[in-house]
Design a protein around this ligand. Structure first.
Ligand code: C2O
Ligand code: CU
Length: 468
């Protein structure tokens, strides 16, 4: 089958990730960046937000003039953005119109195990699952995606996933750009590959899982977006199955990271590039105040011109960058009551955590609500014996459900500034070791796993129980 070895991208002159100088589709892009619609609250009571998400089949134009069979929530591809506020009751009706079972996990939201949407909360074909919860955590950019054992990777790859933006008073009092889709722009970044006929090419048969050769942003390859000549806030999600991605601007302009996975940082962090592993989010602020109408800068993703940002000359905010964003109560490692170790090991489908593969019926450990623990997470894949040529190992990204944690150290040193806020996912290169502080507030059974979705589906996951 020639199609299998000849994905469509080269024909379309879409730049391959590793070829840095070839013009990319974004350069002459004809597709405008879609902004996921905000999901409408169906409940007239201001204290209750009620939403419906329906997983279904779709047909999408991801590459200009080609059609791709996809999956989406309430549409052809991806899903609407759900927006919540601290203290409001949220009810979501998740309907499964697919021929397969699915689940929906609220990645980054602190909810009890019963409504977390992990592999146990299966929604069969034709059924509706209606979790309810109240969020008390600080403002953050979170997301939702399927979490069905063994099928998370393929369901996400075909298009299931969406953003969740949670607000609180602190975040809305900072004067940050907040006009959704205008100067507060969500970007779901995912690599994909395609056959010549436009259909999705899913190839997980590599040691790193499924890594595509083109970048899709909000469901389009190489789109353009109009932006104001103001400060612009970009909410970045690496929603890829397996690849970490570096983001920077084509003119190397600096920008400021203002939020990590779990919300705002204490202070903006100035940088010229940021790397996100699968599952990680970051909010960044880029100063386009001095741009003129028509000026363009590209967002580069893994050295590919992936999104063309074209200034429209309008001013939409008067943001002035401040040193202080929010205060984060730092947990003290002197208060740690218990320690645990998580060794991430292996490549391809031979992956494990502490030598174990996921078993739906076994709970690795339990701990009480409110206990501060230190978890040491090590990527030991470089030392796994018998792997021969794969001795250099592979990256893993460690995600924990049910909380936001704090990174105590990375390789024995203070974590980089962008990791000093709330996190729910951390990236580990071969040989790396990260210590995190965890403290749970809600009970239930939760997952810890590698967010490389092929690794997760191959069993690189475990579960634990939080008790009252
Ligand atoms: Cu984003 Cu357990 O997943
Ligand atoms: Cu992994």
């Amino acid at each position: 089958d020639t199609a299998l070895t000849d994905p469509v991208s080269s024909e379309l002159n879409v730049q391959k990730v590793e070829q840095k100088t070839e013009p990319s589709l974004a350069e002459g892009s004809s597709l405008s960046l879609p902004i996921p619609p905000l999901l409408e609250d169906e409940n007239s009571d201001p204290a209750i937000a009620e939403y419906t998400l329906t997983a279904d089949y779709g047909i999408s134009e991801i590459i200009p003039n080609m059609t791709t069979n996809t999956l989406g929530y309430n549409g052809n591809l991806l899903g609407p953005t759900i927006r919540s506020k601290v203290g409001e009751a949220v009810i979501i009706h998740v309907k499964n119109n697919l021929m397969d079972s699915t689940t929906v996990h609220w990645h980054g939201l602190i909810v009890s195990g019963k409504v977390d949407g992990g592999p146990h909360q299966i929604i069969e074909t034709g059924e509706t699952w209606s979790p309810e919860f109240v969020l008390t955590q600080p403002a953050l950019t979170a997301w939702y995606h399927p979490h069905l054992m063994g099928e998370t990777a393929t369901q996400v790859y075909q298009g299931l996933g969406g953003l969740w933006i949670h607000d609180d008073e602190a975040s809305s009092s900072l004067g940050l750009p907040e006009t959704y889709g205008v100067d507060d722009v969500p970007l779901i970044i995912q690599d994909r590959a395609f056959y010549k006929d436009g259909s999705l090419y899913y190839n997980p048969n590599m040691m790193n899982g499924a890594v595509g050769n083109v970048i899709m942003i909000n469901g389009k390859v190489g789109p353009y977006a109009e932006v104001p000549s103001s400060w612009v806030r970009l909410r970045l999600l690496n929603g890829s199955n397996a690849a970490q991605h570096k983001m920077n601007f084509s003119d190397e302009r600096p920008f400021y990271q203002i939020a990590s996975d779990g919300g705002l940082l204490e202070s903006p962090v100035k940088m010229t590039s940021i790397e996100l592993a699968p599952g990680e989010r970051a909010e960044i602020m880029v100063d386009l105040q001095s741009t003129q109408k028509g000026d363009a800068v590209f967002l580069m993703v893994s050295n590919t011109k992936s999104l063309k940002l074209v200034s429209n000359g309008t001013k939409t905010n008067n943001y002035v960058l401040k040193d202080q964003l929010v205060e984060i109560e730092k947990w003290d490692s002197a208060d740690v009551e218990n320690e645990r170790y998580f060794d991430l090991e292996g490549v391809a489908h031979m992956v494990s955590i502490n030598g174990e593969s996921f078993d739906m019926n076994s709970v690795a450990f339990s701990l009480p609500v409110g206990r501060l623990e230190k978890w040491t997470v090590s990527n030991v894949s470089d030392s796994s014996g018998g792997m021969g040529m794969m001795s250099s190992g592979t990256e893993h990204s460690f995600h924990v459900h049910g909380l936001q944690f704090q990174v105590l150290s990375r390789n024995g040193a203070l974590p980089p500034e962008g990791e000093r806020g709330w996190k729910d996912t951390v990236f580990l290169k071969p040989g790396e070791k990260v210590e995190i502080l965890v403290k749970f507030t809600l009970e239930g059974v939760f997952m810890y796993h590698c967010h490389n979705l092929e690794h997760e589906d191959a069993g690189m996951m475990g579960q634990f129980q939080v008790t009252e």
